[in-house]
Each structure stands twice: as C-alpha cells, then as structure tokens.
Design a protein around this ligand. Structure first.
Ligand code: FPP
Length: 237
C-alpha cells in the first residue's frame, strides 16, 4: 500500500513528478443521464479542477490535461463552442482566484489560431500564476504531431542545420515541464490519441473504465499505486 494520500499527510514519492490525464467519457456520462454532451463537458471541468488541486496537494510537480485536440475541431459546432467557452470561463475564474490557487498555469498547443483577445487572456493568466509549486498544463488545440512539426519549424527558423534531442525538447510546448511519468486515460479506451507523443516515450500508461466526470481523488490514488508496482527500465534491464 503506497501511503501517498493527503488524508494521512503523506506526499508522492520520488519517481513520480508528473501525471497527464486524457479526460475521456464526458459525452457518455451525459448520455447516460439523458443530458446533452455539453453538460458532460461542464461536469468534466468540475472534475478537472478537483483532480488538478488534488495532484498539487499530494506534491506532484506537474499535471497535464487534454482539453481540446487539433482533431476536436471535427466535432459539431455547438460542442466546439461549448468547449471553447468552458476554457475561457476557466481562465476568467482562475484570474479572479489566482491567489488561492497552488498551480502555475501553462496552456500548451497552438494558440495562434485563437482571437488575439483570448491569446492575451491566456498570457495574462499564465503570468499571474508564475511561481506556484505545481505546473498545470492544459493542452488546448494540442496535437502531438503538430507540436513536433511546430518545434522543427522553430528550429529551422533559428537557422539550425543539425538538431539534437535536447534541441527538440527545448522547442516543444512542454520545454520546462518534466516528461509525464504516468498517463491516465479514463473512459476505457487504450490509445494515446495524439497526446504528448514525444514526451510519452517512457511514460507508464494506466486506463480506467471510469468516465471522466466520475473520476475522484481515490481513483488517482489507485493509478499511483499501480504506477509504483511497475518496473521502469527505460530500455535497460
Ligand atoms: C473527451 O471525452 C473529452 C474531450 C474531448 C474534452 C475534455 C474537456 C473538458 C473536460 C473540459 C476542458 C476544460 C478545461 C477548463 C480544462 P468525450 O466527450 O469525447 O467522451 P465520449 O467518448 O464519452 O464521447
């Protein structure tokens, strides 16, 4: 039994710095209740806030959530608009209670497609939260392939003729964030869906059938316990 629960005053042990979440199952959660999918996403935001706070409380250095992928633009317009609205609302709420927050916000993804007003809001909230103990990365208009292509183009623009893995890491949206040790996917699917492709090279993967809005801190504990039972060899023996 790993004693890493805040209830007993313990914190995460070494070897676990960063957990990334694929927050799947909002639509199914809503459908089961006869509600529109957008209400599932709204509930998903509440879960996101509670899980992010929990991850900060137990001493993680970083937590990442997959909020909107470069492929999610294919969804119906009303769902895309609802997701955009929820993220913008979160930014507004965050800036109002930034002093109570224990997370440093990083929006990762291609922000250049958004209106300038939203880009400025993001930059302002990120700056306001600087220096908090846990980095909270919200992947928004994020795609792992898109991120790698973006990084390559940035390196070309810098005039590089030859790149190292370190150069590439430094050009990713996650430049200052440790790679995720553990990737948790809710909703029962077993795929990465273009999430953190470079960074996931040696991440442990944990899937649960729980739908994201049903996810609770104790489910995070279960994922952490499973993580500590894994033998991470990073290609060694
Ligand atoms: C996948 O579940 C979920 C998404 C594509 C969006 C997740 C977004 C949020 C929880 C809100 C993000 C907001 C902030 C502020 C971080 P799905 O709806 O595709 O699930 P389904 O497989 O049941 O249809």
């Amino acid at each position: 039994m790993i004693e890493n629960n805040v209830k007993n005053g313990m914190r995460v042990e070494k070897g676990l710095r960063h957990i990334a979440f694929i927050m799947d199952g909002n639509g199914r959660w809503a459908k089961k209740r006869g509600m529109p999918r957008t209400l599932g996403h709204k509930e998903g935001v509440k879960t996101f806030e509670s899980i992010a706070n929990y991850c900060a409380e137990i001493g993680l250095e970083a937590v990442t959530v997959y909020a909107f992928s470069t492929e999610n633009w294919k969804r119906p317009k009303d769902e895309v608009n609802a997701l955009m609205g929820l993220v913008e609302q979160y930014l507004d709420d965050f800036s109002k209670k930034v002093n109570e927050m224990s997370v440093e916000l990083h929006m990762i993804g291609d922000m250049t497609v958004f209106p300038l007003s939203l880009q400025e809001k993001i930059a302002k909230v990120e700056k306001l939260s600087l220096g908090k103990p846990c980095k909270l990365c919200v992947a928004f208009n994020y795609g792992g392939r898109d991120e790698i292509v973006h990084a390559c183009n940035a390196l070309i623009a810098q005039g590089k003729q030859h790149v190292t893995a370190e150069d590439l890491c430094a050009a990713l949206y996650t430049a200052d964030i440790p790679d995720p040790d553990l990737i948790v996917r809710t909703g029962g699917e077993m795929r990465l869906s273009n999430f953190l492709l470079w960074q996931a090279a040696y991440s442990e993967f944990y899937a649960t059938d729980k739908l994201w809005p049903d996810m609770k801190p104790e489910d995070v504990d279960a994922a952490i316990e499973a993580f500590y039972k894994r033998s991470r060899r990073f290609g060694g023996i």
